[in-house]
Design a protein around this ligand. Structure first.
Ligand SMILES: [Ca+2]
Ligand SMILES: [Ca+2]
Length: 250
């Protein structure tokens, strides 16, 4: 039976420092509607680059978020892209170099709109976003809407940035914000959020991943193909944090 958990609130997060410590990934039951946004120059992109003039973020009462960059042109031109990056755990040490854990890309090619799926950051192999996540709904000329759960949001705030890249051999770039993320606070209620960390040390990477999944833990496995050498939590710990597992060959 599911137990209701207390509201995840920005106020609580600011008091406890939870903004820096990822909370549990748990199913979102309800959220508090909020809107926010940031404006950007209307002529700071190249002529062949989608000109972003504003980034709007909204959350409704039913655990859905809208990320909607306003593009001066009617549509994203063929060959150009608009990519929205989201730091879902308010943790700059996870995800890409900027801390983004998810991305949704809009391509200016009919029928190949990357906006239809969520990309997840992969460290294994060449680090990159792999667009194999949940489907999202298109909003405006380049934005999208998705469930907080599908986006993998686990913190009482998300970071959002959007980047457009123009077509042609010398593509221009427009970024909003110009540096870092637009931080957007969230309030949402989740179901039971914790996992009990299994024994992992000495296990092969694949086996460790299976055990973490079975335990319902948020986790991140770092390092190569070797065995588990270090774990951020002791076995048996009940936690809502992301369990960091480090593997290496002897
Ligand atoms: Ca701009
Ligand atoms: Ca992150």
């Amino acid at each position: 039976m599911k137990r209701p958990a207390p509201f995840v609130s920005l106020a609580v997060a600011l008091c406890t420092g939870a903004l820096l410590a990822p909370a549990a990934h748990a199913g979102c039951l309800s959220s508090v509607g909020a809107v926010g946004g940031v404006t950007d120059g209307a002529s700071d992109a190249g002529s062949a680059t989608p000109e972003i003039t504003r980034l709007d973020v909204r959350v409704d009462a039913f655990c859905h978020v809208v990320i909607d960059p306003a593009i001066a042109q009617t549509d994203v031109a063929p060959g150009a892209t608009v990519t929205m990056y989201v730091d879902t755990d308010a943790d700059p040490s996870t995800g890409d170099a900027g801390g983004a854990d998810r991305a949704v890309r809009t391509d200016g090619v009919p029928g190949l709109d990357g906006r239809s799926v969520i990309g997840r950051w992969r460290r294994s192999g060449p680090p990159r976003f792999v667009f194999d996540g949940a489907h999202v709904g298109p909003i405006g000329s380049a934005g999208f809407t998705a469930a907080l759960d599908d986006l993998g949001v686990i913190a009482p705030a998300i970071g959002v940035r959007v980047e457009s890249v123009g077509a042609g051999p010398y593509p221009g770039v427009d970024r909003v914000p110009d540096a870092s993320f637009f931080r957007f606070p969230l309030q949402f209620e989740t179901d039971t959020p914790s996992c009990v960390v299994p024994k992992l040390r000495g296990l092969r990477r694949r086996t460790a991943r299976k055990r973490l999944r079975r335990a319902g833990c948020n986790y991140e496995i770092r390092g190569g193909r070797g065995r588990v050498r270090r774990v951020s939590h002791r076995p048996g710990t009940r936690t809502t944090d992301t369990v960091i597992v480090r593997c290496r060959r002897r």
